[in-house]
Design a protein around this ligand. Structure first.
Ligand code: ADP
Ligand code: ZN
Length: 713
């Protein structure tokens, strides 16, 4: 093996325009280069494809990638070709001419990547065909499909083991976003991986902002959320086909370009609607769970569950379709007890008792997730067995303090607990609520519960609110809910004093704060971004590819921030490789120059020399922890330079929140000190000797300067 890691870095820069790695990408690429079997488990949007694509380009020969769906294969090949990488796929839907072109590429050895469906690759004649080609290594994408334990078992994947036998010399690499250990082991065994390097990344998706809210007026809530995503691609999930049609019709009435997607539509309508969404012609898709497999749209900015899904697994997968490109995206659940009961009644129709029990647990878990007073990132990770290291995620409704907690939480909790205790363990949340709000119906009076001292004590809050508090106490472990009828009892797991009850009223949109890290992406010119987006769509249409194949949102935002006006500046944009520069450089540069009021051409205006700053992608990676030293090692840049680039980034973007890059406790300490002593690095250094590093202080001071500028205006 003669290729060095440097060749891979070169390929990444040349074809993809990337200069930094996402977590574990580097390690995964090293395995490919070394010809060592590997199993790489990274979440959606973790950047799995690049891990094998970049080495495939740097190494001689052709990598063969097994992928389960034609749509996924085509999408990948479209993207590779747009970047100038010789790649092709073989599938049943090809024309004779396309097939011939691909075979020629294989024969002449000009292809670096070949995508093939599993049912084809295991045929004797195809194996023979590959034996005559110069195969560099094999990749099994969506490798969990081979496991019966996985959520997406595909029998045709089972046959893949013959590949290993047919190519004993070649390295095999399995890629998946499914993390459970039994599935992982099963995949390795079934594929016959040989002492594979197993790389498992964190499943946290820091760019996703999670929010959950009880559904009061579902349609009004959906519309309200969508007002903050005027130009974005959004998915709205509903439980039933009927709801999909209803919600979609209401959105269209409200003027949104929304289309439905569910299994009740005929094939061609489904296909057209999906295609329209992918091509940004329809901004919103309203769908059942049937939607999502086989689409890799990277720029979905918001996923709304208008109704509660039936498990956290489903929620994770569906909400995970937001923000694959790493830019901020928002995930909402609008839940209600009636969703819970609906799922429950569906469950009860099954006669497999064990399956019902498991499904019930999953249902409880997702309902707890909705109502629980805890960080949602932490809760999701904990569910999948991963710990969360940060105190606050800065990207969920709880950590952002949007769920106001009531000052009288403990008094109310006390009342509810007394009521539950005096009713005795026989009633569920809805009966208990009627007692607390003073219901005088027969159901209550027959039992004499109108004489309880807690009867009617929470009347002024209304039944819905009281009901919600009860669910919150269940989620916090103060109350227990058991059996088929959800009988309540007091669990005493928490001191009452520490129970917190969130306000049930919906916070006004204006009260909602943005996630603090969105500033890592702020500072771009929205007008220019929109202009570039329009240009991208036009070009995509003329080439019949999805717009993101031309450039992703992250790339356009970076252009809208740095405003490159010469080819030299343009190629510095992450996501712009040499091929794309050649093909798309001219129109994009022209658009930027026009927007900036510069004459056509490619000359730099005088005095445009700027210091080098982080790109948004780099700033984002940096914010994921590790600090200057670790990052500088990763970047192969000296720490002082990394700090300089970050400071330059803060200055150009006007970021005001240091906690993105500095441990939040340390940042708070520095900001406190600066409040007293002023934002002067030298004074702070003396004041905080030993408590904060030089870098931390300078980052905070830079952010404080921006705050002052904001105030000046
Ligand atoms: P996955 O297959 O793991 O869901 P993808 O391979 O689709 O993720 O990558 C998600 C997005 O991140 C893509 O838009 C890709 O171009 C981008 N990306 C991947 N690696 C990098 C990197 N090192 N620098 C910048 N962007 C990257
Ligand atoms: Zn949180």
């Amino acid at each position: 093996m003669h290729e060095s890691f440097g060749d891979v870095c070169l390929a990444m820069k040349q074809y993809w325009g990337y200069e930094s790695f996402r977590p574990l990408q580097r390690e995964a690429m090293e395995c490919v280069l070394a010809g060592r079997d590997s199993m790489v488990v990274l979440p959606t949007g973790g950047g799995k494809s690049l891990c094998f694509q970049a080495p495939a380009v740097a190494m001689p020969g052709m990598a063969v990638v097994v992928s389960p769906l034609i749509s996924l294969m085509k999408d990948q090949v479209d993207q590779l070709q747009a970047s100038g990488v010789p790649a092709a796929c073989i599938h049943s839907g090809m024309t004779a001419a396309e097939r011939m072109a691909t075979h020629r590429g294989v024969r002449e050895g000009s292809l670096h990547l070949l995508y093939v469906a599993p049912e084809r690759i295991v045929k004797t004649e195809f194996i023979e065909y590959l034996h005559n080609a110069n195969v560099s290594f094999f990749v099994v994408d969506e490798a969990h499909c081979i496991s019966q334990w996985g959520h997406d078992f595909r029998p045709e994947y089972r046959a893949l083991r013959v590949l290993r036998e047919a190519f004993p010399e070649a390295a095999f690499h399995a890629y998946t976003a499914t993390a459970t250990p039994p599935v992982r082991e099963d995949v390795a065994r079934e594929l016959g991986l040989r002492t594979p390097e197993v790389l498992v990344g964190s499943f946290d998706r820091p760019n996703l902002l999670y929010r959950a809210e009880r559904r009061t007026d579902g349609m009004a809530q959906v519309l309200q959320i969508l007002t903050t995503h005027q130009n974005d691609s959004c998915i709205v999930y509903c439980i039933s086909r009927r709801r999909v049609e209803e919600v979609c019709a209401r959105l269209r009435e409200a003027g949104y370009a929304a289309l439905p997607y569910h299994a009740g539509l005929d094939d061609s309508t489904r296909k057209n609607n999906q295609e329209a969404f992918i091509r940004d012609e329809a901004r919103i898709i309203v769908a059942t769970v049937a939607f999502g497999m086989g689409i890799d749209k990277p720029d979905v900015r918001c996923v709304i569950h208008a109704e509660m899904p039936k498990s956290i697994e489903h929620y994770q997968q569906e909400s995970g379709r937001a923000g694959r490109d790493g830019l901020d995206a928002e995930c909402w659940i609008l839940y209600s007890g009636s969703d819970f009961r609906l799922w429950q009644s569906i469950l009860e129709k099954s006669d497999n008792a064990a399956a019902v029990e498991t499904a019930r647990k999953k249902l409880d878990n997702i309902f707890n997730f909705c109502t629980r007073g805890a960080c949602r990132h932490r809760t999701l990770l904990a569910y999948f067995g991963e710990g969360y290291l940060k105190d606050s995620c800065g990207a969920c409704d709880f950590c952002l303090d949007e769920k106001a907690f009531r000052e009288d939480s403990s008094a109310i909790t006390d009342t509810i607990l007394r009521c539950v205790a005096s009713i005795g363990s026989f009633a569920g949340p809805s009966y208990t609520t009627s007692v607390l709000v003073g219901d005088m119906g027969e159901r209550v009076t027959n039992k004499g519960h109108h004489h309880l001292d807690t009867h009617g004590t929470l009347k002024q809050h209304g039944a819905q609110v009281v009901r919600d508090w009860i669910e919150q106490l269940v989620a916090q472990g103060v109350l227990r809910k058991e059996g088929q009828y959800n009988i309540l009892s007091v669990a005493h797991r928490l001191e009452n004093a520490s129970a917190r009850l969130a306000e049930v009223e919906r916070p006004h949109a204006s009260k909602r704060k943005g996630p603090i890290k969105s500033q890592a992406e702020a500072g771009y010119d929205i007008g220019l971004f929109d202009a570039l987006r329009a240009l991208r769509r036009e070009l995509a249409e003329s080439k019949s590819v999805p717009p993101y194949v031309i450039f992703g949102d992250a790339t356009l935002r970076d252009m809208a921030r740095r405003k490159p006006v010469t080819p030299e500046q343009f190629i510095q944009t992450p996501g712009v490789g040499e091929h794309k520069q050649r093909v798309f450089g001219k129109p994009f540069l022209a658009a930027i120059r026009e927007y900036c009021g510069l004459p056509p051409g490619d000359k730099a205006p005088s005095n445009s020399k700027k210091k080098r700053a982080f790109t948004a992608e780099q700033a984002r990676l940096f914010s994921q922890g590790g600090g200057i030293d670790e990052y500088s090692e990763m970047m192969h840049e000296p720490p002082s330079r990394v700090l300089g680039m970050l400071l330059e980034y803060i200055e150009t973007t006007g970021a005001t929140e240091p906690a993105i890059w500095v441990n939040s406790a340390v940042a708070e300490r520095i900001l406190d000190a600066a409040q007293e002593a002023g934002p002067n690095a030298r004074t702070l250094r003396i004041l905080l000797a030993g408590e904060a590093s030089e870098a931390d202080i300078r980052i905070c001071v830079a952010c404080l300067k921006n705050r002052a500028t904001v105030l000046d205006h």
